[in-house]
Design a protein around this ligand. Structure first.
Ligand code: PEP
Ligand code: MG
Length: 537
């Protein structure tokens, strides 16, 4: 028995055989897939990794052979972003229900043939590049699945390093846990492990001789035990059984309806801030995206995200969700979410200051760029647009006017878009109180209980000193929620909750009694909320 100390990235215990992960090449086989969303995500992640590899190659080649010769890698990265190429691959996955490797190989072959036939020398030469990029994605995909290498038995994977796109594409059923030599607890691989609920350690230097050996990975204690003694194994089996029991109870709810004992259906959606959260959305079987906090796009950027940059992200979210409802909230910055390049003035009271929709209505250039990107993305799925921090009917009417202008401009340019639903966040007491009037103006409401609590109780949600009295269960908050639901229903529109309170299972029954139609929660909370719904009368 040998013990190796590591650092926990994601809590939990795994017991099983070790698989030392190596990224071998595989032959492309055609296999039928059931979960096309998961397969589409595999493809998107592999593509992302391929693009990153090409950017890296460009940097290296610049030093070795000069910028001009290195350009080919940039050209290939651009080809990987090509709409027709990507559409053809995703269509193949989604309509023929085939694995991503096969879809890429097939599309690559037909694009290769198409370019090879062209008279134009430049395009003719691109045929080799299409072949090259397709092979690169397949390589990335094969590195990820490693399913056939792993075999049927679930394993603890040890590797020098795993990138997020690899982690997300391992067959979850076969992944008991993983340990890596490199990485950090704030890396996206770590975040992904937590989102997937897979125990994981870093700072573990693997040894090929471990392959096939029995091991215990205890990410709670931060230890990997190779060849454990019978006594240690028995101890851990007990600990593990307890954790497994709790998790299994929830996992059994995947694919089940969000229905109460008396037969009421509740829509259960996920909150995301990033395309990287989509894996967890799919893993946890969310029925849609109830809140995409689009401001993270702005926060992660050092410049105003362009229309094209935004379009790429929205399109990806809509494509992955394959027709399920996706509610994208327009920019909600200000207060605690400051973005340097907006150069917002320092304010005495930023929580009640120049933020969210107030900025958008004051800066139609910024607002219209986002709306154009949203409308252009609308053709890729079922999009709803939601507006934050509303306090008046006038704001909603102004938003509608701007929407009409954007649609008119798109129409004039012949750019296609679909009809979208428009909703507002009910997160100020003003909006809740006039929800009867606001309900006449929009298609849906989503109650932002985080801000609604803050503004109703006059407690800054960032103030740690007031934590103890910052009570979302306060009767005033609950009454405003009830009033909002009633007013929405009187006008025949649906209403959800996307604030943190939506995941509070001690209130699920109460919300259902109030008539809530939808709850949108963090992906990892989906199944526990589903359980709570199914236990409601
Ligand atoms: C809310 O206020 O409840 C909400 C969902 O929005 P955010 O937390 O992003 O302010
Ligand atoms: Mg809010």
């Amino acid at each position: 028995m040998e013990r190796f100390a590591g650092k926990s990235m994601s809590d939990g215990i795994a017991i099983g055989k070790i698989f030392v992960y190596a990224k071998d090449e595989q032959v492309v086989k055609c296999t039928k897939v059931e979960d096309v969303s998961k397969e589409s995500i595999r493809y998107e992640s592999a593509k992302e990794r391929a693009i990153a590899e090409l950017h890296h190659l460009y940097e290296v080649a610049c030093k070795e052979v000069g910028e001009e010769n290195a350009q080919i890698f940039n050209v290939q990265a651009m080809m990987l972003e090509d709409d027709d190429y990507n559409k053809a691959i995703l269509n193949s996955i989604q309509s023929e229900l085939v694995n991503a490797e096969y879809a890429v190989a097939k599309t690559g072959d037909s694009f290769f043939a198409m370019f090879a036939q062209m008279e134009d020398e430049y395009f003719n030469a691109r045929s080799i590049d299409v072949k090259d990029i397709s092979e690169r994605i397949i390589k990335c995909l094969q590195g990820h699945i490693a399913g056939s290498q792993i075999g049927d038995e679930p394993v603890i994977i040890v590797a020098k390093e795993l990138v997020p796109s690899e982690v997300v594409q391992f067959d979850k059923e076969k992944l008991l846990g993983f340990a890596m030599e490199l990485g950090s607890s704030n890396s996206h691989t770590a975040i992904l492990a937590r989102m997937m609920n897979v125990p994981a350690l870093i700072h573990i230097k693997s040894d090929p001789a471990w392959n096939g050996k029995l091991a215990i990975l205890d990410a709670t204690e931060g230890v990997l035990i190779i060849d454990p003694s019978e006594k240690v194994l028995a101890e851990y089996r007990k600990k593990y059984e307890k954790k497994l029991e709790q998790r299994e109870l929830l996992r059994q709810l995947k694919g089940k309806e969000n229905v109460t004992l008396s037969g009421r259906q509740i829509r259960l959606y996920a909150n995301i801030g990033n395309v990287k959260d989509l894996a967890s959305v799919i893993q946890n079987d969310a029925g849609g995206i109830g809140l995409f906090r689009s401001e993270f796009l702005y926060l992660e950027s050092d410049h105003y995200p362009t229309e094209e940059e935004q379009l790429a992200v929205y399109k990806q979210v809509l494509s992955v969700m394959t027709g399920k409802r996706v509610i994208i909230r327009t920019l909600d910055i200000g207060a605690d979410k400051q973005v340097d390049y907006f150069k917002l003035d320092k304010e005495e009271n930023p929580t009640m200051g120049y933020r969210a929709i107030r900025i958008c209505l004051d800066r139609p250039d910024v607002f219209k760029t986002q709306l154009r990107a949203l409308y252009r993305a609308s053709v890729y799925g079922t999009l709803s647009i939601m507006y934050p921090m509303i306090i008046s009917v006038e704001e909603v009417r102004k938003i509608k006017e701007i929407n009409e202008e954007v649609k008119k401009e798109l129409k004039e340019k012949g750019i296609p878009y679909r009809q979208v639903e428009h909703g507002i966040m009910i997160e100020t007491p003003a909006a809740a109180v006039i929800s009867d009037l606001l309900a006449k103006e929009v298609d849906f409401f989503s109650i932002g209980t985080n801000d609604l609590t803050q503004y109703t109780l006059a407690i800054d949600r960032q103030n740690a000193k007031l934590e103890a009295i910052n009570d979302s269960h306060h009767e005033a908050v609950l009454r405003l929620i009830k009033m909002t639901i009633e007013n929405a229903h009187k006008e025949g529109i649906w209403v959800g909750i996307c604030g943190e309170l939506g995941a509070d299972v001690t209130l699920t029954e109460r919300f259902i009694e109030m008539g809530i139609d939808e709850l949108s929660v963090a992906p990892a909370s989906i199944l526990s909320v589903r359980k709570a719904i199914r236990e409601c009368r």
